[in-house]
Design a protein around this ligand. Structure first.
Ligand code: IMP
Ligand code: MG
Length: 173
């Protein structure tokens, strides 16, 4: 099978927006440290770029949850594939996600992490598809709202491919 990729957000636009969000986060967390929780694998490129633009002290941890198979629709099943290495108790936690689609993954994840008593918990996403929302989640920082199209690049995959594209593209089958 071969797919065509149409550019939706180019590298410059993405990098510029991440800078802006990094600046906002740095202001909002002034005088504090921020504990970034990267949601693997999709969040990894965004987390690294964002972390470089945050000027308050940053610590990082990684978590992997599964909600999707190798197709383009949600299974609705969520399980922890890799848990955090460290406790988040008393920390100012910022969850960093690649995309919020139905919201199922994040609403489940946030419920679970709240029980571990962080001092605060916010959510930052590179992309949001508000039209697709099934579960209500409060997103504190959004880089881009996008239409209901399947996208790849900057960490996002289609059947594990295209994560390494330095831009966001739409898969055209
Ligand atoms: P949700 O639980 O439906 O919000 O699913 C969120 C997860 O689905 C994301 O973290 C991605 O892994 C995946 N996902 C949703 N939409 C896309 C897309 O357009 N491209 C690639 N992955 C997607
Ligand atoms: Mg994800």
């Amino acid at each position: 099978m071969s797919e065509k990729i149409r550019v939706l957000l180019n590298e410059e636009e993405v990098d510029q927006k991440i800078r802006e969000i990094g600046e906002r986060i740095s202001k909002d967390y002034e005088g504090k440290s921020v504990h970034l929780i990267c949601v693997l694998k999709g969040g990894v490129f965004f987390t690294c770029e964002l972390a470089k633009r945050i000027t308050v002290p940053v610590s990082m941890d990684f978590m992997s949850v599964s909600s999707y198979g190798d197709d383009t629709s949600s299974s609705g099943v969520i399980k922890i594939v890799k848990d955090l290495d460290e406790s988040i108790e008393g920390k100012d936690v910022l969850i960093v996600e690649d995309i919020i689609d139905s919201g199922r993954t994040l609403s489940h994840l946030m419920e679970m992490l709240k029980q571990r008593n962080p001092k605060s918990m916010r959510l930052c996403t590179l992309l949001d598809k508000p039209e697709r929302r099934v579960k209500d989640v409060k997103v504190d920082y959004v880089c881009f709202n996008i239409p209901d199209e399947f996208v790849v690049g900057y960490g996002l995959d289609y059947a594990q491919k295209y994560r390494n594209l330095p831009y966001i593209g739409v898969v055209e089958l």
